[in-house]
Design a protein around this ligand. Structure first.
Ligand SMILES: OC[C@H]1O[C@H](OC[C@H]2O[C@H](O[C@]3(CO)O[C@H](CO)[C@@H](O)[C@@H]3O)[C@H](O)[C@@H](O)[C@@H]2O)[C@H](O)[C@@H](O)[C@H]1O
Length: 595
């Protein structure tokens, strides 16, 4: 391995940064660097192979001085953002998993080194490692580490952003870079994608019935839910979880004797209807398994065998399935699940059909392109939900809703996941994981589940008759407050602070209102000089107070303090001069101020 001290020089990426791991694979590489603005450069790497072949692994390495870098972020990082967590691992990216972007930032959350790759379809690896010998950071990109079609050259652009921007702006500008590429034009986002959802998953799991769904749709309408997602269970009489019965996608008539009429009943309530499918699964108890058992990916069949999208017939089966569902049932959209399972795999031989593609991620890209083209031709504003971690630029081409990965009853994870999603989502609607809580939970702690998802579209999955009356009041109040501020919360200027500390405070601002939500006990909120007529302070902690350090304000903000049920608890005025002050706001309460 070259001495990293020698390597810390700019431009970061030069022909000598690129090497083939296989000494018998001869490559010629060139790099062309474009300086976009001070601190932002695009390095376009071209790799020529001596002969047309399926390429073997190639590494691109560069070194960054570890100066004023305190944390890191990438789309699948989880909660440990320290520099050496998972530092020896190569993280994977491909069309239906994550996004090739990596950010290093200062303790004040200022960008230091954010890099991204133009190829978000084919599998790439990223490894970012602290070099203990000399306190540098080795950034490495791994190419061609999975089955590839034969090529004689390959081109990829590595965008490196070292501008002193807030970290989230550097990440967002990467998303804009992708979105402007023809290869990743994001799907249009219908207004409906931003409406709150009632989900049947946590409230019912697979124990579904038409009557219970209709009853809960009616109930959830009272809480501003405008879309239903009918989750797993509709396709099987079995209610024991697992995916053995996925693949045929026939309605379980024991649960829904007349599905079409049931959908019509729900839509008559002025609610949209979306249906869950686990896209790749052909469970071993399905008829599809018998038809496709020699066209599934060769990895372990857990939790179910996965169709191999390199076979045209497998792709067509899925396209037909969604087209028929849209037409026959008159539904509004799909929750398309488990698509990250379309992993890079070795070639599969079938006696029935010859695969027409070599790489699984590229085949999955083709599958979704064809699905969406077909569905949009029938219903241009069809709703498509994908779950974290299939959220990259390729997924934004097909989906208009991105949901936080499952984190039942876990407010902190729902906060971190929804904010992480927002960083890269652009205008694609970011949805929370479905909110649920135990009925014996205190109403204030239940409210924390909701404050956690404030900056995303709420998906609610509690149930009529099980939710206690005070909790219903709290839910109603939250949903009204959210709907009133939907523009601000989803489309205002979002400032999530301190990613390495899991966003202890998040600000949102538009011309009308500045809102700050505080998630960490005893956190001191920095309130800048404001020009908005309104100021909203949310105490999403379990302590009855907030600390505020405010700049001198031109205006005196005053207003009312509320508990989580919306009841007025007192009055507040922020007319004191600059400095730190403690203000009394109940746990899970909030203050509405204006000048
Ligand atoms: O089956 C319907 C649900 O399908 C998805 O969720 C799958 C399971 O997700 C969680 O389980 C884990 C926990 O991290 O997540 C992995 C799947 O991503 C799974 O291997 C893990 O066990 C939930 O705890 C479990 O209840 C789910 O079944 C989808 O995300 C859900 O919204 C449902 O549609």
């Amino acid at each position: 391995m070259p001495n990293s001290t020698m390597q810390v020089s700019r431009p970061y990426i030069r022909p000598e940064s690129i090497r083939s791991l296989d000494p018998t694979q001869k490559i010629d590489s060139s790099v062309s660097t474009t300086h976009i603005v001070e601190g932002l450069a695009e390095h376009t790497v071209t790799i020529h192979l001596k002969a047309k072949k399926s390429p073997g692994p190639v590494h691109i390495d560069w070194y960054v001085p570890l100066v004023d870098i305190a944390g890191k972020w990438h789309p699948t990082i989880g909660s440990d953002r320290s520099l050496t967590s998972g530092w020896t691992q190569t993280i994977q990216n491909y069309a239906t998993y994550s996004a090739p972007v990596y950010s290093l930032f200062s303790a004040q959350s200022e960008n230091r080194h954010t890099f991204a790759l133009s190829d978000a379809i084919n599998p790439t690896g990223i490894r970012v490692q602290v070099e203990e010998d000399d306190a540098t950071i080795n950034c490495r990109i791994v190419l061609f580490d999975s089955p590839w079609p034969e090529i004689d050259s390959y081109r990829i652009t590595i965008r490196i952003d070292e501008r002193a921007l807030p970290f989230h702006k550097a990440v967002a500008s990467t998303a804009d870079w992708w979105a402007k590429m023809d290869a990743y034009t994001p799907a249009p986002v219908p207004a409906a994608a931003y409406d709150p959802v009632y989900s049947s998953w946590y409230s019912f799991h697979q124990e579904l019935s038409d009557q219970a769904i209709e009853e809960n749709c009616k109930w959830s309408k009272g809480y501003n839910c405008k879309t239903l997602i009918l989750d797993d269970g509709w396709q099987t009489d079995d209610s024991n979880k697992g995916y053995d019965y996925c693949g045929d996608w026939e309605v379980a008539t024991s649960k829904f004797p007349d599905f079409k009429s049931h959908v019509a009943q729900v839509k008559a309530m002025d609610m949209r209807y979306m249906v869950w499918f686990s896209v790749p699964f052909v469970g071993k108890k399905s008829k599809a398994w018998h038809r496709f058992s020699d066209r599934v990916l060769p990895k372990a069949f857990k939790p179910a065998p996965c169709l191999d999208p390199r076979f045209a017939e497998a792709r067509q089966m899925l396209i037909n399935c969604y087209r028929d569902a849209l037409i026959d049932w008159n539904i509004d959209g799909f929750k398309l699940d488990f698509v990250d399972r379309f992993t890079a795999e070795a070639e599969v031989q079938s006696t029935q059909e010859t695969a027409d593609m070599v790489a699984v991620p590229a085949a999955a890209d083709r599958l979704f392109t064809d699905i969406i083209t077909e569905l949009r031709a029938i219903k241009p504003d069809v709703l498509i939900e994908f779950r974290q971690d299939y959220i990259g630029p390729a997924m934004r081409k097909y989906g208009n809703m991105l949901r936080a990965h499952d984190c039942p009853n876990d407010a902190l994870s729902n906060l971190v996941r929804t904010i992480d999603l927002r960083l890269l989502a652009g205008n694609t609607a970011v949805h929370s994981d479905m909110v649920m809580w135990h009925p014996e939970e205190s109403v204030e702690r239940a409210a924390q589940q909701l404050w956690a998802i404030l900056f995303s579209v709420p998906q609610i999955s509690v149930r009529k008759g099980v939710t206690p009356a005070p909790h219903e009041g709290m839910l109603k109040n939250f949903m009204s407050l959210w709907v009133e501020r939907k523009e601000l919360l989803l489309h205002g200027e979002l400032t999530p602070l301190q990613p390495q500390k899991l966003y202890p405070a998040v600000h949102a601002e538009n011309a009308e209102e500045h809102l700050v939500a505080v998630y960490q006990d005893d956190y001191v909120v920095q309130l800048p000089e404001l020009s908005t007529p309104k100021l909203t302070l949310i105490n999403a902690t379990q302590k009855p107070k907030l600390y505020l350090e405010q700049a001198t304000q031109k205006n005196t903000y005053q207003g009312t303090v509320h508990n989580c049920l919306g009841e007025t608890m007192g009055h507040i005025s922020l007319k004191d001069p600059a400095g730190i002050r403690k203000i009394q706001i109940p746990a899970s309460g909030y203050a509405l101020l204006s000048h």
